[in-house]
Ligand binder design. Structure first.
Ligand code: M6R
Length: 369
């Protein structure tokens, strides 16, 4: 059942092209309009939404953070991302015009369930993005958008993360189309680009040999930092979480712009730092800004492991290692850039002789608050 792989996690990393492709299946009707699953929320209610709050935990919350950038850009609806346990006990503000989107692979995470129940008590509309049919969170929600990643067995989430981002994007594009803003006409071209992601993932998964080698060399490393900006920021945090969970290494993800506000003090000779570089076409010159961040930390002795798009030569002078990912539009990049970070954590854990699928102290679904 591991499909010839040594661990479930490795299999699930390789399932990712399907997880994305299957989550997109059947989402467009013959008129090119997007469709969602069980909806007891009406189109009129959705047109009226003036705020979105995403509630989730762990990796699912990072998927929500990625989605915030995209949904706000496409719909101009303000999106907040709240850790479910923080949302529940913070006296949150919500109304019937608030759409609370929960994201959960298992559909059984107690923290997320309690947040959803509380959102309903406050009168908000609740929509669940979930990977498990018939689980509790979708049953407690007004609407569901299922991810089709297939069962995820390894404790560390991988393919569910990609499927969650994909589903959030479908939701964002659906809302953009429904509400007819300036972006509505572009929704179909983004969908087309999303459909190209599975093939790009296949290609990327075929290029992971160097990442495995880097992981093997780093078996004794005690701390790894991850930097990103914009959608690359939650990817950096997800890379750090994977490493904590799987390899029991101290790891932290930072927004690259935050470096000079403190974290750069951590950089000394030999400190490994992964940098998730936005594609050269990213607005606001973010690419250039991240390249100069790499330059700054390299000058202080960091060992820079750079995740960059094919053809991005600007990073080369400051990179100890360059890990290449296929090019895509800036908002879709996390579906690719996270993969080397997952593979890195997997192989570092293996190099340390640890149990990849069942890390210590963790459960696959956290059913207590
Ligand atoms: O089943 P859920 O998506 O609700 O789980 C949420 C988190 O517990 C989960 O993503 C956790 O952070 C993973 N172990 C991360 O790899």
């Amino acid at each position: 059942e591991k499909g010839g792989y040594a661990t479930f996690m490795e299999k699930e990393i390789h399932d990712q092209p399907h997880a994305v492709g299957d989550t997109l299946l059947g989402r467009t009707d013959s008129d090119g309009r997007l469709v969602l699953d069980d909806m007891s929320i009406t189109e009129d209610q959705l047109k009226d939404v003036d705020r979105i709050i995403i509630v989730a935990c762990g990796t699912a919350a990072y998927a929500g953070m990625v989605a915030k950038y995209a949904i706000e850009h496409w719909t101009r609806i303000p999106v907040e991302v709240s850790l479910a346990h923080e949302f529940r006990y913070s006296d949150p503000i919500a109304s019937e015009r608030t759409l609370v989107v929960s994201i959960s692979q298992s559909g059984e995470t107690m923290d997320t369930l309690m947040a959803v129940k509380h959102a309903r008590e406050l009168g908000a509309l609740t929509l669940s993005i979930c990977n498990t049919h018939g689980s509790t969170i979708p049953r407690e929600s007004d609407a569901v958008l299922y991810t089709h990643a297939g069962p995820e067995i390894a404790v560390a989430s991988t393919k569910a993360f990609l499927a969650q981002i994909t589903a959030c994007y479908v939701l964002g594009l659906y809302l953009a189309q429904l509400r007819g803003g300036t972006f509505a006409d572009d929704a179909q071209s983004v969908m087309k680009e999303l459909h190209e992601i599975p093939a790009k993932l296949e290609e990327l998964l075929g290029r992971m040999d160097r990442v495995k080698e880097i992981a093997r060399f780093m078996a004794d490393t005690r701390s790894v930092l991850f930097l990103g900006r914009n959608v690359g920021y939650p990817v950096a945090m997800e890379g750090a979480l994977k490493l904590k969970e799987l390899a029991y290494i101290h790891a932290e993800g930072f927004a690259a712009g935050e470096l000079k506000h403190g974290p750069i003090a951590l950089i000394d000779a030999g400190q490994p730092v992964f940098i998730v570089v936005p594609g050269p076409g990213t607005p606001h010159e973010l690419h250039k800004k991240v390249v100069s961040n790499i330059q700054e930390i390299r000058a202080r002795g960091a060992r820079t492991i750079v995740v960059a798009e094919d053809g991005d030569e600007d990073v080369v002078p400051f990179a100890d290692e360059v890990i290449r990912v296929p090019a895509t539009s800036p908002l879709l990049a996390p579906l690719l850039t996270v993969v080397p970070l997952q593979v890195f954590a997997l192989h570092l854990s293996t190099a340390k002789g640890l149990d990849v699928d069942q890390p210590r102290n963790l459960a696959k679904s956290v059913t207590v608050e």
